[in-house]
Design a protein around this ligand. Structure first.
Ligand code: ATP
Ligand code: MG
Length: 374
């Protein structure tokens, strides 16, 4: 039922001349859902948010808020608020008056607004700060006041565009929890824009992963992490090995490929059609799923030469050479065997359940591995 959805996009496209910022975006966002738009810079996240807010008109498609088409409804008549990275508090107004502002616009006096202001201040844990000016607050505190102001008139949905982008790493982590708690308490739909995969995974009910205006996948954090729809999604989230292989005729149920003379089976493959001779394939396995000198049995075991060992505190990252290709494995520090050294041979174990095949043609979409996607 459409009314159960807070927001619905149907075939939404936005183009400026030749620049297609967003295309064919279809999604139904449920009431009370924490929904994130995740993707690299320029993929169309802000544009999507601005169309929902009414600040941009779609070139094609429909946008529904609580079941009603709002493409022709101006921003101030849409029951949504936007929170930006730069807080946008009024610098000359106290905290109290900043929060009052949306209610004042609706003709509610400061004294009548009192209880509601108190309630949202409690919600963001900022009681006692009513008389301060924005410049007398820290970044995290300002962001909490901006949130309180967006919540005070109880919108149907809150649109948040990288709201924690200006905060340092630790504060960001703390604010993620604050935001998630607030969202749970008020039950308002949140559309959250971020290019930080960890943030999206830890906070969201569902995530849309975008690249160059196209939605690659919409799913729960677990679906996105464990069953990425494309090589781009697989590369953007978490740490993934991509090995070049050659498709083989399947023996039994599972698709198979050859890598450096070894036959690998995969539990998943997004490649359609039957293999021809010499078909190339991307063989994907997460770094934490590669077993190193493990006593647990695995479906495939190969020898690799250790090329690099990086200590990372809680774990070690091992890079091995497998017939001219690099395989990275992450081994927990607890399980670390100090006999592993650069130049020695390591036994690398793989399970078919952890392997996915993607078409070789998707290789150009892969984001090169970094520890922080910023
Ligand atoms: N007013 C505009 N006119 C022309 N092109 C635009 C306009 N606004 C955005 N674009 C283009 O649309 C694309 C998507 O931009 P958008 O701001 O939505 O990206 P984003 O995902 O929010 O990126 P970031 O993470 O850097 O904020 C970009 O290529 C951008 O240059
Ligand atoms: Mg943006």
């Amino acid at each position: 039922m459409a009314e159960e959805n807070a927001i619905e996009l149907r075939g939404v496209k936005k183009a400026w001349g030749d620049v297609v910022a967003v295309q064919s975006f279809d999604v139904e966002i449920r009431k009370g859902e924490f929904f994130s738009l995740l993707g690299p810079s320029g993929c169309g996240k802000t544009t999507t948010l601005r169309m929902i807010a009414g600040l941009e008109e779609p070139t094609e498609g429909q946008i529904l808020l609580e079941g009603h088409d709002v493409v022709r409804v101006p921003p101030y008549r849409r029951n949504v608020h936007t929170v930006f990275q730069d807080y946008a508090l009024f610098p000359h107004m106290t905290v109290n008056k900043n929060i009052w502002f949306p209610l004042k616009m609706r003709g509610i006096s400061l004294s009548d607004a009192g209880q509601r202001i108190d309630r949202v201040l409690r919600l963001v844990n900022m009681e006692g700060y009513e008389r301060r000016l924005p410049q007398q607050l820290s970044g995290g505190q300002r962001q909490r006041i901006a949130l309180a102001r967006s919540l005070v008139d109880e919108p149907a949905a809150l649109l948040l565009d990288e709201p924690l982008g200006a905060l340092d790493f630790k504060l960001r982590g703390a604010m993620q929890k604050v935001l998630k708690d607030i969202q749970r308490n008020v039950g308002i739909t949140f559309i959250y824009v971020t290019h930080d995969q960890t943030e999206a995974l830890t906070m969201s009910d569902r995530i849309a992963v975008m690249k160059s205006g196209r939605v690659h996948q919409i799913g729960t954090p677990d679906e996105i992490y464990s069953r990425p729809a494309t090589a781009f999604v697989a590369s953007f989230i978490g740490e993934m090995n991509f090995l070049h292989g050659r498709r083989l005729q399947a023996q039994g149920e599972m698709p198979q490929a050859e890598v450096g003379g070894h036959r690998f089976r995969a539990s998943r493959s997004t490649i359609t059609g039957t293999p021809g001779s010499g078909d190339e394939v991307l063989v994907c396995i997460r770094t934490e799923r590669v077993q190193v000198n493990s006593h647990r049995g695995t479906d495939h075991e190969v020898e690799g030469t250790v090329r690099r060992i990086v200590y990372r505190g809680t774990d070690y990252e091992l890079t091995c050479d497998l017939a001219g290709q690099e395989v990275r494995a992450v081994v927990s520090a607890v399980d670390w065997n100090p006999e592993l050294r650069v130049g020695t041979q390591a036994r690398l174990g793989f399970n078919a359940a952890d392997i996915t095949f993607f078409p070789q043609a998707e290789e150009k979409e892969i984001v090169q591995y970094t520890t922080e996607a910023v």
